[in-house]
Design a protein around this ligand. Structure first.
Ligand code: SAM
Ligand code: SF4
Ligand code: FES
Length: 342
């Protein structure tokens, strides 16, 4: 295993079988995480980028089997923030010192490309970098959003196994997911993707394929989190994704894509109180503090136990800074675009 870790550190290339061997080996986890931490320090430094997350609508036309926002979930009270309110939250994010806002929602078509474009322009005028995470749209819509100034787009592939993807995301096609990611690249967005770890029916082989896929599309950002079962979805009785396996995925992703921005996700903080700190010490370099306020914070209920739902954005700001300092790291002061060419 040590030879494989050294090879990954030196070449950033491993075969599918080699990735699988490391993913399957929990005894190698500590050394793998230490190697990823070292590569993270050498390629992207000790600064941690904070991106203020605005969860502006929990209305979704899709029906993903794992997600609490799925269309058929009748137990969820739906909300949609007014554009003025979204802008107010972005201004707050700026005041907390966040240089990027992430506008995230279900696939809510009320927010047309033109409406979003108007919001994006206003946020760009505040000197914020703007990341979108609003799901699948057409090339033309992505173009309108990009022309308005959107810098980045997050769209997880969720799993690269096409059959599993289409079983878990009914009426969505794997081919269209890939089309979206390609369009976003063509339009010059920084593109973020990622996967869920521990989906029912997911194999180690398909997780290894996920990492090779991140490399193949040259992903700028990669969000990896454990699947957390939600009682109000068809997968409510399934097992949650394993924390250790998620950590090995994050660490290997850092070794294979040394310059990528990799968040310590909210889901890892949900399955373990110190989950985000562990990921930050295993290759991650980004945190996305929630700046949504009040009831919307509770109602953006992807899965149960989501951290921070009863906290305020101000509290999360200082909580996160404390965690970062505790790790001997610091809050980065630039916008945190992907570095290239070391
Ligand atoms: N609707 C957009 C989309 O799907 O790309 C953005 C919002 S969606 C809620 C953001 C991410 O939440 C998804 O990409 C998925 O990986 C994650 N997610 C949904 N349900 C989850 C669950 N039960 N456990 C962990 N993560 C989940
Ligand atoms: Fe909708 Fe995204 Fe949840 Fe799927 S993962 S149901 S697209 S919010
Ligand atoms: Fe929200 Fe710690 S980050 S309470």
């Amino acid at each position: 295993m040590e030879t494989l870790i050294t090879k990954a550190c030196q070449t950033h290339r491993l075969s599918k079988d080699e990735i699988m061997a490391l993913l399957a080996n929990d005894a190698a986890e500590k050394n793998l995480a230490a190697a990823a931490d070292d590569i993270r320090r050498r390629y992207v430094g000790d600064g941690i980028h904070l991106r203020g997350l605005i969860e502006f609508s929990n209305i979704c036309r899709q029906n993903c089997m794992y997600c609490g926002l799925r269309r058929d979930n009748r137990c969820l009270e739906r909300y949609r923030l007014e554009p003025e309110e979204i802008l107010r939250l972005a201004k707050n994010a700026h005041a907390y010192g966040y240089q990027t806002v992430v506008l995230q929602s279900g696939e809510d078509i009320y927010f047309t490309a033109d409406l979003m474009a108007d919001l994006i322009k206003k946020m760009k005028a505040l000197d914020l970098a703007v990341t979108l995470s609003i799901g699948e749209r057409t090339f033309e819509e992505y173009q309108v959003l990009r022309n308005a100034g959107a810098d980045r787009y997050l769209l997880r592939i969720e799993t690269t196994d096409p059959l599993l993807y289409e079983a878990l995301d009914p009426h969505m096609s794997h081919a269209n997911r890939l089309r979206c990611l390609r369009d976003l690249k063509t339009l010059g967005y920084e593109v973020g993707t990622g996967s869920l770890v521990g989906l029912p029916g997911q194999s180690i082989a398909s997780l290894a394929e996920d990492i090779l896929f991140f490399q193949e599309i040259d992903a700028d950002m990669i969000g990896i989190g454990p699947f957390i079962p939600n009682q109000d979805t068809p997968l409510g009785k399934e097992k949650r994704g394993d924390f250790g396996l998620t950590r090995r995925m994050v660490a290997l992703t850092r070794l294979m894509l040394p310059e990528a921005n990799i968040p310590a996700t909210t889901a890892v903080g949900t399955v373990r109180p110190d989950g985000r700190e562990i990921m930050l010490a295993s290759g991650a370099n980004v945190i996305m503090p929630n700046v949504t306020e009040g009831e919307a914070r509770q109602k953006y209920a992807l899965y149960p136990g989501k951290i921070c739902v009863d906290d305020t954005p101000t509290h999360c700001r200082s909580c996160i800074e404390g965690k970062i300092k505790g790790l001997g790291r610091f809050v980065a002061t630039d916008k945190g675009f992907r570095r290239r060419g070391k």
